[in-house]
Design a binder for this molecule. Structure first.
Ligand code: PMP
Length: 305
């Protein structure tokens, strides 16, 4: 359950949690065209709070809207400030921020006409996304029976709500079968992404991740690539297959919610010795140092409250 907070930002003003409701004729609810972001704010080592890579998340929100032909009725600066203000008014020192831009009520039918574009920002406390112990011990992953989107069927670079029907189906299937997360293959059969994460694998010291062609350009993915480069860990963006992943020595997921979560098993094959490997651990601890403001090289990624 999402822990209740006092206020939700809706269309430019704060309203009480209980009043943050929408009409049943909200166009996005029926046809799935809405865009959103997932952002984290961390309590830093010096007691201040900082939102991680807020600028990049707001840029991606506006890119998603551009792809979906949705005109956001606020500036980037206004949305950026509203994200931080929503944390402040709810007295959250650490938490998750969910801006969502959706098409409101007016006409029905697939064509959205001039229905109003509405924006809301919700914040809440969110711990480990992929379950108890996931960050420390790693998770069990299943290659999904659902294929990830084709680039001309859904807009894979946009964080469009409707895209997540594929994620929900895949995630539910994996959970029902007793796994923690679903990994999807692309329409050519190469490894793509998980229901809400990008993937990395390690073999013989080389870090490999899926190219951006048909996946969401993850901000955590980008952060890990940059951290790896600084640490002189070789990293390539290259397609790989599920059998290559089966023989990886290490693998992990990245995502704002999932952070850096090790993978200890794929389709019942143990990855490495079934524990987070040395490169995974090194990147994971560097990542948590970065988000908590302990790495001076990356402080420009932090937007202090
Ligand atoms: N792929 C998908 C499908 C996602 O939903 C997410 C989460 N936003 C990611 C990748 C990772 O993106 P990020 O690191 O920016 O959260």
């Amino acid at each position: 359950m999402v822990q209740k907070v006092e206020k939700i930002w809706m269309d430019g003003r704060f309203i009480p949690w209980e009043e943050a409701n929408i009409h049943i004729l909200t166009h996005s609810l029926h046809y799935g065209l809405a865009v959103f972001e997932g952002i984290r704010c961390y309590l830093c080592h010096d007691g201040r709070s900082a939102v991680f890579r807020l600028r990049e998340h707001i840029d991606r929100l506006f890119d998603s809207a551009q792809i979906g032909e949705i005109k956001i009725p606020f500036s980037k600066r206004e949305i950026t400030e509203a994200c931080k203000e929503t944390l402040r008014v709810n007295q959250l020192k650490e938490g998750y921020i969910r801006p969502i831009v959706f098409i409101g009520e007016g006409v029905m039918g697939v064509y959205p006409g001039d229905n109003p574009v509405r924006v809301s920002i919700i914040t809440w406390s969110w711990g480990t996304y992929l379950g108890e112990g996931a960050i420390e011990k790693g998770i069990r992953v299943k290659v999904s029976s659902y294929t990830r989107h084709h680039v001309n069927v859904m807009m894979t670079k946009a964080k469009i709500c409707g895209n997540y029907v594929n994620s929900v189906l895949a995630k539910r299937e994996a959970m029902k079968l007793g796994y923690d997360e679903a990994l999807m293959l692309d329409t050519e059969g190469y490894v793509s992404e998980a229901s809400g994460e990008n993937i990395f694998m390690v073999k013989n010291g080389l870090l490999k991740t899926t190219p951006l062609t048909s996946i969401l350009p993850g901000i955590t993915r980008d952060s890990v690539i940059r951290i790896a480069r600084l640490k002189k860990i070789p990293v390539v963006e290259e397609k790989f297959t599920r059998d290559e992943l089966y023989t990886a020595q290490e693998a992990f997921f990245t995502g704002t919610a999932a952070e850096l979560t090790p993978i200890r098993e794929v389709d019942d094959r143990t990855i490495g010795d079934g524990k987070p490997g040395p490169i995974t651990r090194e990147l994971q601890s560097a990542f948590f140092n970065v988000v908590r403001g302990k790495e001076p090289e990356f402080v420009e990624w932090l937007d202090y409250l």
